[in-house]
Design a binder for this molecule. Sequence first.
Ligand code: NAP
Ligand code: MG
Length: 404
Amino acid sequence: MMEKIKMTTPLVEMDGDEMTRVLWKMIKDELILPYVDLKTEYYDLGLPERERTKDAVTHAAAEANKKYKVAVKCATITPNAQRVTEYNLTEMWKSPNGTIRAALDGTVFRAPILIDCVKPSVRTWKKPITIARHAYGDVYKNTEFRVPGAGKAEIVFTDADGKETRQTIFDFKDAGVIQGMHNKDSSIRSFAHACFQFALSTKQDLWFSTKDTISKTYDHTFKDIFAEVYESDYKAAFEEAGITYFYTLIDDAVARVIRSEGGFIWACKNYDGDVMSDMVSTAFGSLAMMTSVLVSPDGCYEYEAAHGTVTRHYYRYLKGEETSTNPIATIFAWSGALRKRGELDGIDALMTYADALEAACIETLESGIMTKDLVSLAEGIETKAVNSAEFLRAIRENLDKKLA
Ligand code: NAP
Ligand code: MG
């Protein structure tokens, strides 16, 4: 039995709900605790504990993330009306992801995990494409209404001294719709910093796209702020790392992405990121193979799976049925967080272990042992569908071989 890897700084551990909470414990028991002398500061973000603490636990977890820099998070339920009844909630608590993102002023980066036997729908893609979505403002914080009939629509800004700036949007002859939206330089700047930092941290090129030719002030502001932040803070570091920052129009970006081999980060405005991340993740194969990292402009990281709590599987699990839920994205959240912890604390063994854990996952999948969701996607190999526990055991066997 090898000696367990020692940690110096705790990882912020955010537990969650339903099937992913079940997997969380299995992953720790099978793949982490036997190898790492795990040091975590534990926060239970499961819905019952959020209810009991009036959601204070979520805010405390976000503060801990700021303090220790690195967190790993399990998927959590975002309450809706049905969950309020199911969990007897006194309030429809906000999405923990939204709360943590706001506290860290962070940007979410989503990237697929690729395996040889699951081919992306786009034939040229050989490496992951990471999407960074600006998660503030634009159409998601808009004001809009229906115009009932003829009249003039104007946009008015009143400054702190009461001075008005006014422009006509449209002279309506008949009914229609209008919409007002905004963004903030400070939020765009944070987004830019998070993107440049993440590109450096993963040594990948960064692409950014907007529609600045049409939106000559709004979108152009995004382009200008990115250029400014790059020139002043990142240009030298990018050149040294041998990576590039590349700006292009959103429609040109779409064409280039499809023709590319992948292997870069694509930063998108809020709406573009919403739409493009669903398209890119679907084209890569499976939501269960999609990782997600929240990065703050001052270098805090929160790792998680992109998928939710897999409710349908959980109800089957509660009935005592076996489930074949894919734990890969959650395992990669742990390996990502442990690797980052190792990097920040200078613990090589932790980084080596994280690499080995990921390699063991990939090898297991490429040997054909996989959960049911992947069986239908796999091509060119003989597959064996296993349940979650069997799958984790197979990964552990491969991991033991690597670490021996
Ligand atoms: P979901 O949990 O991602 O699951 C949707 C479906 O995708 C599942 O029913 C399953 O399909 C498949 N799937 C997702 N992950 C899988 C995995 N690891 N292994 C195998 N199959 C997987 O989304 P949802 O059902 O819409 O949401 C459930 C709860 O999660 C909601 O309460 C929502 O608020 C929450 N949520 C949380 C986060 C987060 O914390 N980051 C993100 C999204 C959603 P089959 O049933 O066909 O097998
Ligand atoms: Mg979407």
